[in-house]
Ligand binder design. Structure first.
Ligand code: ZN
Length: 324
């Protein structure tokens, strides 16, 4: 209890979280909604990392993101069963918020799935490549310059005569190495003409030489190229490229100073880029994000058999059901 005699400003006392262990946790009721707990805990850590720094305003926004989740109960495919479908929540839309990054990647996935049939119809014999391009690790303080160098090198690669792609989507991923250096790399889903697997085929060794030439380095950089089988759809890899928007835990929980410097370095950089024919087909990916799309609509319609509400329990790191 505050003692008025001290005459100090009284800090409002926040009621302790009510003992709620009796009410069911979201993760217990719905297996597929487990990521809510994971990403909300990550966002709490990011909000804590940002507190008192130049990112203070993001700290506040992220701290208040998605505190209350409103789910609809919708009939499942199994007769008599129900599942949860997110109806509404307040999202902060901060780039570093892991709840928003997760929902954003689902939104991009949905937009890309919508666009893909037109690509497949217009280029029925095209093939797809999943390419990972790396550069030597750098100090986290050199990350911005290194990412710029990677992007410029990739632009040079696509201008080479040997470049087989007619379109691509590219994302930048940064991981943290054990020695605290940053490991920035590019993930690319490329579309090529069918002739790539004939006269225009590029071996792994040739790919390495082309990338080395584009990077203008003396060392041989590491690179990976996977071709998608002709009968397989590129949908899974499209999702894979887009998912690199969410950050692995070792970046968020490991080292506050490292994470802050990383944030400064990537602040304002583009999350992904489109090239060639993909520019046309995936234009929808570049539209502003909307809360509706980030909440998601899986076509369940308006069937509504009641709502369930869940509140974030910060200490317990779980969403639990509350009466509303
Ligand atoms: Zn958020």
């Amino acid at each position: 209890m505050p003692r008025p005699s001290e005459g100090l400003p009284v800090t409002p006392i926040v009621a302790p979280e009510a003992p709620t262990s009796a009410s069911p946790a979201l993760s217990e009721l719905s297996e597929r909604d487990r990521p809510w707990d994971v990403h909300r805990a990550e966002s709490d850590q990011i909000a804590a990392n940002f507190r008192g720094t130049e990112f203070q305003r993001y700290s506040e926004r992220i701290a208040f993101c998605s505190q209350l989740l409103d789910f609809r109960l919708v009939p499942d495919r199994d007769e008599g069963a129900y599942r949860l479908k997110l109806a509404s929540t307040r999202l902060c839309h901060a780039r570093q918020c892991q709840i928003c990054a997760w929902r954003r990647s689902l939104m991009y996935k949905a937009r890309a799935y919508k666009a893909l049939p037109a690509v497949i119809a217009d280029y029925p014999t095209a093939r797809y490549l999943f390419i990972t391009l790396t550069v030597k690790n750098c100090a986290v303080s050199d990350l911005r310059a290194t990412i710029k160098h990677l992007n410029e090198s990739f632009a040079r690669l696509t201008k080479l005569k040997a470049w087989p792609g007619i379109g691509y989507i590219k994302t930048v991923e940064v991981t943290r190495s054990k020695d605290s250096t940053a490991h920035p790399h590019l993930h690319i889903l490329g579309i090529t003409k069918a002739s790539y697997f004939g006269a225009n085929y590029i071996s792994k060794k040739e790919w390495c030489a082309l990338w080395k030439q584009s990077l203008r380095t003396t060392y041989s950089p590491v690179l990976d190229v996977q071709a998608i089988k002709a009968k397989d759809s590129p949908v899974a890899l499209l999702a894979e490229v887009i998912k690199y928007q969410t950050k692995p835990n070792d970046l968020i929980f490991a080292d506050r100073e490292w994470f802050l410097e990383y944030t400064r370095q990537v602040h304002g950089t583009k999350a992904f880029a489109l090239g060639g024919v993909f520019k046309e087909y995936f234009r929808a990916l570049e539209k502003d994000e909307t809360t509706d799309e980030m909440i998601g609509d899986d076509g369940e319609g308006d069937v509504d058999e009641g709502h369930l509400y869940f509140n974030w329990q910060r200490v317990e790191k779980k969403y639990r059901m509350v009466d509303q």
